[in-house]
Design a protein around this ligand. Structure first.
Ligand SMILES: *Cc1c(COP(=O)(O)O)cnc(C)c1O
Ligand code: SF4
Length: 402
């Protein structure tokens, strides 16, 4: 991979509706109408992975007429703009923040959560980078910065070097993370010089974004190997997409191929409620089914967390198939991956521990209501509050609580 080969590859990207219209026999007016909402860009490399119309690679990057039909979801499904104290920063969690450093991506994914901004240098504007760094410097509670965009790897090496250097110089910053889809859609970009820059800023983690086993080509695996050889721990974030990876067997193969490329599966995301992406969403049960088909049946290393990034800025919420069928102060009844039932006895002093946790009088059995195990006391009492309200609402509306 020559140092500047990637620029040439990127320049040859398909950005016009006309090319796609001719190639796949789609009416040009349709594509042009869709393109107005979210632009087209497909690297020639990623385009070459399409085997036929409507296959899992195609669905991720070629616009679909159905994008025009459903406009009743959200343009900002995670309410990021609400949690943005300064331009280019989303600060939602207590000790970490998201820092958008690049407006563009190598390919534009039709399901992108940030399609309202991505590809528009006015909306993710490089002139605010210093302001973002200043915010992070002032906020000493931030110990983890997730560098994203757009795609940070579309910046020049020198620009990225500059940003990483400034962030690394901030005393309270412990870890840096980069979120990128470049190893998947433009592996030529992972050059020796880029890796040399990245290596200087450890502990640095990279989360890549692969959605289908066909994306793990020899070229992509080589790019991932270069990053891993530089001592960068690699994670993967997959979006669950209808017709792309919504089959347990496909997901399992994807997770296995990622591990072979030294990438640890980190998250599977339930597709966000993004405008114009209704046709790509699946039911939440599909995600649970996939997790259930992985846990126990294959290496624990291959099992990511399944999360929903909650609308209105609730953050990532993990979902698990139900393994606990009963939990009391004396025992836990649970099932294993094969559905066999097991009993675990609590220690004798659990009663006392649990009494301290429960803020009496506890009207509702939280464990029963939520089927949850240990919960930190603050969260527990807030759940009790909510559950009381829910219960009294149910009573008022004539619905009997269980
Ligand atoms: C996803 C996300 C993070 C990082 O979350 P982790 O669960 O720590 O990976 C941080 N900030 C925002 C706004 C996010 O959406
Ligand atoms: S690479 Fe990521 S940010 Fe860019 S279009 Fe795809 S999903 Fe959106």
């Amino acid at each position: 991979m020559k140092e500047d080969n990637w620029r040439k590859v990127l320049k040859r990207s398909i950005t016009s509706a006309k090319v796609l219209s001719e190639k796949f026999g789609i009416p040009l007016e349709e594509l042009e109408a869709v393109e107005r909402n979210f632009k087209i860009r497909i690297t020639p490399y990623y385009f070459s992975l399409i085997k036929e119309k409507d296959d899992p690679i195609y669905k991720q990057v070629v616009p679909d007429i159905r994008e025009l039909e459903n406009n009743d979801l959200f343009s900002d499904p995670l309410a990021e703009d609400k949690d943005s104290p300064v331009n280019n920063i989303v600060h939602r969690y207590p000790d970490r923040c998201l820092f958008l450093v690049s407006p563009t991506c190598a390919c534009y994914c039709r399901f992108c959560t940030r399609s309202r901004k991505v590809g528009d240098p006015e909306k993710i504007n490089m002139k605010y980078i210093d302001e973002g760094i200043e915010y992070i410097r002032k906020h000493t509670e931030i110990r983890d910065v997730v560098i994203s965009g757009g795609d940070p790897f579309l910046l020049e090496d020198s620009k990225l070097d500059h940003i990483l250097k400034k962030l690394r110089a901030i005393k309270h910053i412990e870890i840096l993370r980069i979120g990128t889809r470049v190893p998947c859609v433009l592996p030529q970009r992972i050059t020796p010089n880029l890796v040399k820059v990245l290596k200087k800023y450890h502990p640095l983690f990279i989360n890549v974004h692969f959605n289908h086993p066909d994306e793990l080509t020899p070229l992509a695996v080589k790019a991932l190997g270069r990053l891993a050889d530089a001592g960068i721990p690699l994670g993967n974030q997959t979006v669950l997409l209808k017709g792309v990876n919504d089959e347990p067997e496909v997901m399992k193969e994807l997770m296995h191929r990622l591990l072979l490329a030294r990438v640890k599966p980190y998250y599977i995301y339930q597709a966000d409620m993004v405008d114009r992406t209704e046709h790509l969403r699946t039911s939440v049960q599909k995600g649970l089914e996939i997790i259930e088909s992985l846990r126990g049946w294959t290496s624990g290393m291959a099992v990511p967390h399944f999360v929903i990034d909650a609308p209105e800025g609730g953050g990532k919420i993990p979902l698990l198939p139900e393994y606990v069928t009963r939990i009391t102060d004396t025992e836990v009844i649970m099932r294993n991956y094969e559905g066999k039932i097991f009993q675990y006895s609590q220690p004798a002093h659990a009663k006392e521990e649990l009494r301290k946790l429960q803020k009496p009088p506890c009207e509702i059995d939280i464990e029963q209501e939520f089927s949850l195990g240990s919960i930190i006391p603050e969260v527990k009492s807030s759940m009790q509050e909510q559950s009381r309200t829910i219960k009294s609402d149910k009573k008022q509306s004539g619905v009997t609580a269980k």
